[in-house]
Design a protein around this ligand. Structure first.
Ligand code: HEM
Length: 153
């Protein structure tokens, strides 16, 4: 599990999850970030098509609404999951050209997973954009750039 140090977990459940990811990575030789991104994208498709579909629909009919409602949704789920550690997403800014989102988590190293989730959501709403992020000490800021040429460098 050569890249295991990139992801640090909280609970023994996390240990198991990350050990599994490490094993898949070792077996497939797919870089960790790529695996996490694929899994995030897959999860949105999976959630939309299974019993979580209703929850996804209720959360919002467009990307910004859904992102704005995510914390409420996760808190609701956490109430029935003792020991769960939910992420937090704050929409900092939303315009025609870009969406800025602040992601907070007690876990480190899941940014590529978030990229996949955001890509999955873009796919879900037939929306488009380039996803960028900057990792800070206590949070990571994601930008979905919808129109690359209109945004100043
Ligand atoms: C119906 C849909 C969804 C359900 C049922 C759901 C549920 C959950 C659950 C149970 C966890 C694990 C918490 C734990 O065990 O400690 C989790 C984590 C997470 N969820 Fe969701 N979620 C949903 C949709 C989303 C969406 C749309 C996003 C988009 C950004 C998202 C982002 C995340 C992230 C990033 C984590 C990782 C935890 C962390 O960062 O520490 N989830 N979610």
């Amino acid at each position: 599990m050569s890249e295991r140090h990139f992801v640090s977990g909280l609970s023994s459940d996390d240990e198991t999850t990350f050990a599994l990811i490490g094993a898949i990575q070792e077996h497939t030789k797919i870089p960790l970030d790529e695996l996490l991104k694929s899994f995030g994208e897959y999860w949105i498709k999976y959630a939309s098509e299974t019993s979580y579909g209703g929850m996804m629909k209720m959360a919002g009919n467009d990307l910004v609404s859904l992102l704005s409602n995510l914390d409420r949704m996760h808190v609701g789920i956490a109430a029935q999951m003792p020991g769960a550690s939910m992420p937090s997403f704050e929409v900092l800014d939303a315009s025609d050209t870009q969406i800025k989102i602040r992601y907070r988590s007690e876990r480190d190293g899941l940014e590529a997973f978030v990229v996949g989730l955001l890509q999955g959501l873009l796919n879900r709403f037939n929306d488009f954009g380039e996803i960028r992020y900057i990792i800070n000490a206590d949070f990571s800021d994601f930008t979905i750039v919808r129109s690359v040429e209109k945004v100043p460098a």
